[in-house]
Design a protein around this ligand. Structure first.
Ligand code: AMP
Length: 312
């Protein structure tokens, strides 16, 4: 049975430059990519903050899908969070050129009373203190998954370590996993991270896919199929703008889990496959444009190709 899904995170104006072109002040933010991706699978409850400058057209992108915006805080006279980034060469990593936190800097998430019973909670990229404040407001969710980034590992490590003791899963990229664990080998890094509290960790490796490691793990180097699973990336010929790939991966993953209503190891693997395929569409255009045109049929077809590719 489908379960309720709550996300809290950034809502942004992104200004992006890639070798293929530029997009100024387009709709972005971790919670936006997450919500639009997850809404293919279940209705989404979105909590975030915007300024008065947030245009009705961007609101419509959210409200025309299964995204409940009752948790959106609009700050009078405030400006929406802005992120400016560029990609170069293999486009594996964004180069952040400017960040203006604006209303996101003072964001104190308030979870609407009716949403405090949400069964699945995704703490999208944000300060671990803010992420913890969300957990203080929800009642006994079945599954809590958090995202994080180098900034917080660097500047708020203690708060992040405290948060890790309160979540079921952590999603982060390979560089961040190395930074958090101090291990270069990703399997070792994953084992160390599950030792910090979460039941499982998903390490995203960009075009090289993702790695799931669950706690209760064996000594490093032993690979039982119920505790560790690497998945390849979807082989994309067209990588136009990688922004939001990580967040839409998480959206596809959590959306699938909420729709399945079960969270065993193999469900997590299936969920990652849904995240992989959903993210493979995100990167084909700027912002959430490709997701706006996307159909569930297209997702299913790509999932079928992906599954076929993995058969041997
Ligand atoms: P990703 O999925 O990792 O590519 O995340 C891209 C999104 O993260 C962009 O749409 C940005 O608006 C957002 N973002 C960038 N920096 C931050 C930050 N410090 N906190 C929250 N969101 C951010």
């Amino acid at each position: 049975m489908a379960q309720s899904l709550l996300v809290v995170g950034s809502i942004a104006f992104d200004s992006i430059r890639t070798p293929y072109g530029e997009a100024p002040e387009v709709l972005g933010g971790s919670a936006v990519y997450f919500s639009v991706a997850a809404a293919f699978f279940v209705p989404v409850r979105l909590v975030g903050v915007i300024g008065e400058d947030f245009p009705p057209a961007y609101r419509r992108v959210l409200e025309s899908r299964r995204i409940d915006t009752a948790g959106l805080q609009v700050v009078a006279g405030g400006k929406t969070f802005r992120w400016r980034g560029s990609y170069h060469g293999a486009m594996n990593e964004a180069r952040t050129e400017d960040v203006q936190l604006n209303v996101f800097g003072d964001f104190r998430p308030a979870i609407p009373e009716a949403w405090r019973d949400s069964r699945l909670v995704f703490l999208a990229n944000g300060s671990p203190v803010t992420q913890g404040a969300v957990l203080d407001q929800v009642r006994k969710p079945d599954l809590v998954v958090a995202d994080t980034m180098n900034l917080w590992i660097d500047t708020e490590r203690e708060a992040l370590l405290e948060l890790l003791r309160r979540v079921d899963g952590l999603v982060l990229n390979d560089g961040e996993a190395r930074m958090l664990s101090g291990e270069h080998n990703l399997i070792a890094a994953a084992h160390k991270i599950v030792g910090l509290g979460p039941t499982f960790v998903v390490i995203k490796k960009g075009e090289h896919g993702s790695l799931l490691v669950s706690r209760g793990g064996p000594p490093v180097g032993v690979l039982p199929p119920d505790l560790i699973c690497p998945l390849p990336g979807y082989p994309s010929l067209k990588v136009f703008d990688p922004t939001g790939a990580g967040d839409s991966f998480a959206g596809g993953m959590m959306g699938y889990l909420a729709s399945a209503g079960k969270y065993e190891f193999r469900d997590l693997v299936r969920a990652m496959a849904h995240g992989t395929v959903t993210a493979s569409f995100t990167i084909e255009d700027f912002s959430v444009r490709r997701l706006e045109r996307l159909t569930l049929g297209e997702i299913d077809e790509r999932l079928r190709l992906y599954r076929g590719m993995l058969e041997f």
